[in-house]
Design a protein around this ligand. Structure first.
Ligand SMILES: O=c1ccn([C@H]2C[C@H](O)[C@@H](COP(=O)(O)OP(=O)(O)OP(=O)(O)O)O2)c(=O)[nH]1
Length: 182
């Protein structure tokens, strides 16, 4: 799994958006936490109070269209790759260089635990970055988040090919939004 391409694409988007205020890292961290929440919400598996705990994986993009023109998408996958954008952004911020990633095929955690642990680790990264800038502990913490985020993707049922394709699709939408003054 070569992540180099994704880091490069993210850097192009990053430079186009080009937000460089001192709160940039904090805002990226919050953005990732928000996307993680949106992803959990589409997963639905924690909603023990609901009869519908099935992941939301198919929806119509513009419901008002004629049936034959309707375009379907996967809301769970889309939220997941929105989060991946911010995971990559944080890596760029930290000048992280280890794009060749070999996934480990063991997923001992429940999906709920992945989400909770990611919240914890991402918040911890923010603190570490504040007080231990440039130290190895920050990059190690990031590596752990990266690892866990990719494992979450597999746990949600996505192959790397699906994730990569969905990332590229959303990346193109994000460029179009910049073009359109979103
Ligand atoms: O510096 C940035 C800022 C944004 N994005 C991407 C990540 C994600 O794919 C999208 C933002 O998420 P979303 O599409 O949900 O946009 P939003 O502004 O949160 O949506 P809404 O206006 O519906 O609340 O922009 C980046 O990659 N880098």
């Amino acid at each position: 799994m070569n992540l180099d391409k994704l880091f490069k694409m993210q850097k192009v988007l990053r430079d186009r958006i080009n937000y460089n205020e001192p709160d940039r890292f904090n805002k990226l961290v919050l953005a990732l936490l928000v996307e993680l929440g949106e992803c959990a919400n589409e997963w639905r598996g924690f909603k023990f109070w609901s009869v519908n705990q099935v992941p939301h994986t198919s929806a119509v993009r513009v419901p008002a269209m004629m049936d034959e023109d309707k375009v379907f998408y996967n809301p769970l996958l889309e939220e997941y790759v929105d989060g991946l954008h911010f995971v990559l952004e944080l890596g760029i911020e930290l000048d992280y260089k280890n794009p060749l990633y070999i996934p480990i095929g063991i997923y001992p955690k429940e999906t709920t635990d992945y989400f909770i642990e990611l919240y914890y680790k991402i918040s911890e990264l923010n603190i570490l970055q504040m007080f231990h800038k440039e130290e190895k502990i920050v990059k190690d913490s990031y590596q752990e988040i990266f690892d866990m985020y990719l494992h979450l993707g597999h746990k949600l049922g996505f192959t790397w090919e699906q994730i990569e394709q969905a990332y590229m699709d959303k990346n193109a939408v994000n460029h179009q939004r910049q073009e359109d003054g979103y």
